[in-house]
Design a protein around this ligand. Structure first.
Ligand code: APR
Ligand code: ZN
Length: 251
């Protein structure tokens, strides 16, 4: 299985990666579904919605500040680093991610398509103001502030620049992801339950256009039925083993 996956990648013409929360689990970022996903007594589905934000913006901001602090301390793991290395080798052409944690870029991936936004960005609920708190250097200050964050331009409520349940995905990112999926002859799917749409169409598009699907996940997922190769391992271990084999094949 591992050998087959390595071969598919080493011989690919245009491979892409499609990632979910599971790739960051070994960096200490909790996934959404399954065991470690809970915050206080809430499921993410109850907090990451426009309705929850309208009803109780303080609660939703408390949840996001908690996640931002947690993700701030997280470092990319060997699976993120392996994807960056595959891009440098010319094998992986793009990483399409559902994650908002910025860890692919931190690991050195250049062509990253973020389908669900970025947790370090905020945007105004009224005007067009957006801010990348990591790049503006205001992240620490922002996390220390109590109460609801306000727009410096118009005073309205700020919100995390992430996609909530029931919201449309950023159009350009989604179109780019679909274009890449149509071109790809191999998709390496890592750590996603594959149940959240439209993101979960990405591996399906690759499959329908004649490409191969490699999946890495310690559990079966919504993607497993269409996987040509299913590697039932945690992301770090699987990527390390894959990289050894690919390294031998392309030298
Ligand atoms: N390595 C690889 N996969 C792992 C690991 C690991 N170490 N640990 C867990 N997983 C797998 C789980 O088996 C599960 O299939 O990661 C997956 C995580 O699934 P979800 O929590 O559903 O995360 P994801 O698929 O990214 O969710 C999609 O839902 O809440 C929204 O917007 C949010 O982007 C998110 C979207
Ligand atoms: Zn504003």
């Amino acid at each position: 299985m591992m050998e087959e996956a390595a071969k598919l990648l080493a011989r690919s013409r245009f491979a892409i990666a499609f990632t979910g929360a599971g790739i960051s689990a070994e960096s200490g970022v909790p996934t959404f579904r399954g065991g470690s996903g809970l915050w206080k007594k809430y499921r993410p589905e109850e907090l990451a919605t426009p309705e929850a934000f309208r009803k109780d913006p303080n609660l939703v901001w408390e949840f996001y500040r908690w996640r931002m602090k947690l993700i701030m301390r997280a470092r990319p793991n060997r699976a993120h680093r392996a994807l960056a290395e595959l891009e440098r080798m010319g094998i992986v052409k793009a990483v399409i991610t559902q994650n908002v944690d910025d860890l692919h870029r931190e690991a050195g991936s250049q062509n990253v398509i973020e389908l669900h936004g970025n947790i370090f960005r905020v945007r105004c609920t009224s005007c067009g103001y957006t801010e990348d708190l990591k790049r503006s250097g205001r992240l620490n200050e922002f996390l220390k502030e109590k109460g609801l964050p306000r727009c410096p331009e118009c005073g309205s409520l700020l919100r995390p620049d992430v996609v909530w349940f029931g919201e449309p995905l950023p159009r350009e990112a989604l179109e780019e992801a679909f274009r890449l999926a149509e071109r790809a002859d191999v998709v390496l799917v890592i750590g996603t339950s594959g149940v959240v749409y439209p993101a979960a169409y990405i591996p399906q598009i690759v499959k329908e256009t004649g490409g191969r699907v490699i999946e890495i996940n310690p559990e079966e997922s919504g993607i497993t039925p269409i996987a040509d190769v299913f590697l039932r391992y945690p992301a770090g271990e699987a990527m390390e083993r894959l990289m050894e084999r690919i390294g031998r094949m392309v030298e």
